[in-house]
Design a protein. Structure first.
Length: 171
């Protein structure tokens, strides 16, 4: 089935694009949600108008979210968890836990659906992407560490502040 996208669709395309999609995806998701219309002759003629309007909206949204992306980009989140001898966690670190931690650390409300990651089930350092807009996708670092150990994310922040402090004093 060929459809004309009316709105940007993550991992599919931008508004104004004509895409070939599976019949079920188009009929059961894209069309009812108002994200696309069938690619008829009349609809294709309007694609340029849709594309230009969407470009303006996308630019305005990117300008709005740029400050948020700058704050979120590169933050390190530490999660304490019980783990077995092999480093496998008892439970997992989910997108909801990450969203709550971002809210607590930066006061920015992120929905769990905006976070691209698989549940974390082992100790270590992992990266995740936060989809703010189609174009703005900052990356965060998630560190899973064993209960009772020091939080590596907090220690890294302290080290950065300590390194920055002498530079400020010298200036």
């Amino acid at each position: 089935m060929k459809v004309l996208l009316i709105k940007d669709v993550y991992k599919l395309g931008h508004a104004g694009d004509v895409k070939k999609v599976a019949d079920g995806y188009g009929r059961n998701f894209l069309l009812p949600q108002g994200l696309a219309v069938l690619a008829t002759e009349g609809a294709i003629r309007q694609s340029e108008k849709i594309r230009s309007e969407a470009t303006k909206k996308r630019a305005a949204m990117n300008n709005e979210m740029a400050a948020v992306a700058e704050v979120i980009n590169g933050i390190k989140l530490g999660f304490s968890s019980k783990a077995g001898e092999t480093g496998k966690l008892y439970g997992s670190i989910t997108t909801q836990m990450v969203a709550d931690s971002i809210k607590a650390k930066t006061q920015i409300d992120i929905k769990r659906q905006q976070i691209d990651m698989q549940p974390i089930r082992s100790l270590g350092s992992f990266s995740a992407r936060v989809r703010l807009t189609v174009d703005l996708i900052p990356t965060i670092t998630i560190i899973a560490y064993r209960d009772g150990e020091a939080n590596p994310a907090e220690e890294a922040e302290k080290a950065q502040k300590a390194a920055a402090a002498p530079e400020v004093a010298a200036a």
